[in-house]
Design a protein around this ligand. Structure first.
Ligand SMILES: C[S@@+](CC[C@H](N)C(=O)[O-])C[C@H]1O[C@@H](n2cnc3c(N)ncnc32)[C@H](O)[C@@H]1O
Length: 283
């Protein structure tokens, strides 16, 4: 759609920057005016309003419908299956054998993982493919194995929940995993080739909306692994520090908080850094 919406002025941009920083924690201190316009101009054109009017609409939005759309527009959802394969190798080699041993020795009855900032689901699904055997070992225990996957972007969550991916999306998924956990529908007519996650995997994952800035998270469990990769990187420093501490609170003793391989150099008071991007809660 062609848009003739005027670009935001510095004043207009400042209001949206404050909104994004206060409501989502994202750091927009480096000029993001073009990003704002790139993401929003079509919406403003549809509504036939300018940036001032759109800001007022957001502030007065009692239904939260437009705010929800706004969050969907301004968040960045890039993700992929097995993003950073080295991390999945590390989990395979270091975490899974230890969990397996605890189950075999009767020391563990449940496993809880959290993909925090899950986008369209690829991270949670990759983790579930790797740990499916553990789910099988706990199948006698009701809710023995569960993955929680959360995000603020509702459009991404709908896609995650559907679990339908295209040829490009599955490029990092090995053939054995594809054959085991996806239903492949080849292209026909004007329908493109799709790969749908099987229910056996989908049923292990709960996708839910959660804003990291919320005071209380509606989560009543502790986790063995929290993956929070490529999320807090975009946040303001002070907000990020607080969320790190909060995430550590949600770990079981011995649990791991895992950031992406590029998110190094952080310190978390209440956890031990065991790799540049991995923290362990020791007690
Ligand atoms: C770049 S994606 C990362 C996806 C995945 N973790 C990965 O590494 O591939 C970042 C995700 O963080 C989410 N996000 C941004 N701000 C958030 C907030 N305040 N609360 C919850 N999720 C947020 C975005 O919607 C987006 O889906």
């Amino acid at each position: 759609m062609q848009s003739s919406v005027k670009k935001p002025t510095d004043e207009q941009y400042a209001k949206f920057k404050a909104l994004v920083e206060n409501q989502l924690g994202l750091d927009w201190s480096k000029e993001k005016k073009y990003l704002l316009h790139g993401r929003l101009n079509t919406r403003l054109f549809e509504l036939g309003i300018n940036y001032d009017e759109y800001y007022k609409l957001l502030i007065k939005d009692r239904s939260n419908r437009e705010i929800e759309l706004f969050y969907n527009f301004v968040t960045t959802n890039k993700t992929e299956f097995y993003r950073e394969p080295a991390l999945f190798n590390w989990i395979r080699e270091n975490i899974i054998p230890a969990l397996r041993e605890e189950i075999v020795n009767g020391l563990r009855e449940k496993i809880r993982f959290w993909s925090a900032g899950c986008s369209t689901g690829e991270e949670a699904y990759s983790l579930s493919f790797e740990t499916q055997a553990l789910a099988g070992m706990l199948s006698d225990v009701s809710n023995g194995y569960k993955i929680l996957a959360t995000d603020i972007n509702t459009q991404a969550l709908v896609a995650a929940h559907k679990g339908i991916y295209n040829q490009e999306d599955i490029k990092n998924v090995s053939h054995p995993i594809l054959n085991k956990y996806f239903i492949h529908t080849p292209s026909s007519g004007n329908m493109i080739t799709t790969y749908m996650i099987k229910d056996l995997i989908k049923n292990l994952i709960q996708f839910r909306i959660l804003n990291f800035l919320d005071k209380n998270y509606p989560i009543a469990t502790n986790f063995d692994i929290i993956l929070c990769r490529n999320v807090l990187y975009y946040f303001k420093d002070d907000v990020r520090e607080k969320i790190f501490e909060k995430l550590i609170d949600y770990l079981s003793p011995g649990g791991y908080l895992i950031l992406s391989g590029t998110e190094t150099g952080h310190r978390i008071k209440s956890a031990t850094k065991i790799r540049p991007n991995i923290f362990k809660k020791t007690h």
